[in-house]
Write a protein that binds this ligand. Structure first.
Ligand code: NAD
Ligand code: UGA
Length: 454
């Protein structure tokens, strides 16, 4: 039985290895992590992350050919292939703080592999890393004094949270980058053979190492750029009476542009878009390309502005004071379908509302536990899973995560229980705005002028 070890049991490591285990029963797959709480949770039915369809797969393969361990070093040497899925957050200290990627966990992993290995291995970078990280990993790995050889492969992950299982089962593409040497080509083939168990061959793209690393950063930058582009135009729509939904559908019908990722919002969130663009901009600057850096940096600046703009619209509509007013926040996750709140626009919006002395009642079907941790000092916040309780007595509703269940709410009932005039700020273009106005709401939309009862 071939053995795979995956270092890092997070949003990428866990689901990726579960799907791999399902399709490759002849591989024994061991997922290891220094976070013992996480590993313990992977062994129960209360998994450490919420992802539709994940538990079903984990139940099928756990104990068959998928195993979780907190002893990281003990599982390295037996492995033929090691996937590295550790976190690569934005650096918070020293040179490049707030922009560069913190690659210390990748380096620690490489050192640990070098220390524990007595046999050759293929090391697969799954984490999103600055371009040429593989070079540093290689240098550390090859510096072992046991003569053990390693082949490094870059195979970045493109899954999105909330649709991780679908994305892994039917990926648009699997990217495999490696060295153009004989052993490099053999390693590429070995990794390709794993994915070929369920991914059609024409969707598996083999490239060189640096292109693979850079393609991942570029893909995230392009996706985030579309959101910032549509959000920029949303501001112009609000000023001119155009409607962003209509503009976006007209633009998206051009198949050179495409319909996806053109939904105006309160801004993009999630653990990766911002960190990866900041990292890309930093890399450009590092390589002496300040104009390119500034171009990408602006995608993040616009995103910050969009969140602030949303709160300024609320403040202005609510007669320039939010002090003592109750604001119900519908949603806190960075997007529907996940409990993840990392870099959620809801965090910035909540903090700005708290700065205005608003009293927040926050609701979310999955992310309340994380929301509490994100706002630890917020004495003026209450948290409830019940949207009717959250909106009771509120002066305004801020819808910041487009959970489909919010469009099913009984807004007649919500309206009855709110202070008047009752305001709704739909940051996700989710609700039936005409129907809300008929009920009596003052409706503010991202990307279209407000509509109020006549
Ligand atoms: P995560 O924080 O959820 O998980 C990373 C895990 O690695 C943590 O549990 C941490 O304890 C563990 N870890 C760190 N150093 C370790 C070490 N030396 N030994 C053992 N375990 C160690 O992160 P994630 O969301 O899974 O992201 C991982 C990487 O994948 C990042 O580079 C990210 O940019 C990229 N990525 C994430 C997503 C996503 O949707 N979250 C999608 C595509 C790519
Ligand atoms: C994103 C990418 O889609 C994945 O391909 C990538 O692997 C991943 O980042 C990563 O590297 O971590 P994710 O952050 O999970 O995935 O979620 P997305 O669906 O991309 O949404 C990101 C943010 O953009 C969310 O806040 C979402 O609400 C927002 N968004 C998305 C919009 O505001 N408008 C849109 O039209 C689309």
């Amino acid at each position: 039985m071939k053995r795979i070890c995956c270092i890092g049991a997070g949003y990428v490591g866990g689901p990726t290895m579960a799907v791999l285990a399902k399709h490759c029963p002849e591989y024994r797959i061991e997922v290891v992590d220094t976070n013992s709480e996480r590993i313990a949770a992977w062994k129960t039915d209360d998994l450490p992350i919420y992802e539709p369809g994940l538990l079903d797969i984990v139940k099928q393969v756990r104990g068959r050919n998928l195993f979780f361990y907190e002893d990281v070093e003990g599982h390295i040497d037996e492995a033929d292939i090691i996937f590295v899925s550790v976190n690569t957050p934005t650096k918070t200290f020293g040179h490049g703080a707030g922009r560069a990627a913190d690659v210390q966990f990748c380096e620690q992993t490489a050192r640990m592999i070098a220390k524990c290995s007595t046999k050759p291995k293929i090391i697969v970078e799954k984490s999103t890393v600055p371009v040429r990280t593989a070079e540093a990993m290689e240098a550390i790995l090859q510096a072992n004094d046991k003569g053990v050889t390693f082949e490094i492969i870059s195979s970045p992950e493109f899954l999105a949270e909330g649709t991780a299982i679908r994305d892994l089962e039917e990926p648009n593409r699997v990217l495999i980058g490696g060295r153009p040497t004989e052993s490099g080509r053999r390693a590429i083939q070995e990794v390709l053979d794993i994915f070929a168990h369920w991914v059609p061959k024409e969707r598996i793209l083999t490239v060189d190492l640096w292109s693979s690393e850079l393609a991942k950063l570029t893909a995230n930058a392009f996706l985030a750029q579309r959101v910032s582009s549509v959000n920029a135009i949303s501001a112009l729509c609000e000023r001119t009476g155009a409607n962003i939904t209509e503009v976006a559908s007209a633009v998206g019908m051009d198949d050179r542009i495409g319909r996806k990722f053109l939904r105006a919002s309160v801004g993009f969130g999630g653990s990766c878009f911002q960190k990866d663009i900041l990292n890309l901009a930093y890399l450009c600057e590092y390589h002496g390309l300040p104009e390119v850096a500034a171009y990408w940096q602006q995608v993040v600046e616009l995103n910050e502005w969009q969140k602030k703009r949303f709160v300024r619209t609320m403040l202005k509509a609510l007669f320039n004071t939010l002090a003592g007013k109750r604001v119900a926040m519908l949603g806190f996750a960075f997007k529907p379908g996940t409990s993840d709140t990392r870099c959620s626009p809801a965090i910035t919006i909540a903090k700005l509302l708290i700065d205005e002395h608003a009293e927040l009642s926050i609701t979310d079907p999955k992310a309340l536990e994380n929301a509490r941790k994100d706002l630890p000092d917020a004495r003026s916040c209450t948290f409830t899973p019940d949207p009717y309780e959250a909106t009771r007595g509120a002066h305004a509703i801020a819808l910041v995560t487009g959970w489909p269940e919010y469009s099913e709410l009984d807004f007649e009932r919500v309206f009855q229980d709110m202070e008047k005039p009752a305001f709704i700020f739909d940051g996700c273009d989710l609700l039936d705005h005409e129907a809300l106005v008929k009920i009596g709401f003052h409706v503010f939309r991202v990307g279209a002028p407000p509509i109020v009862p006549s």
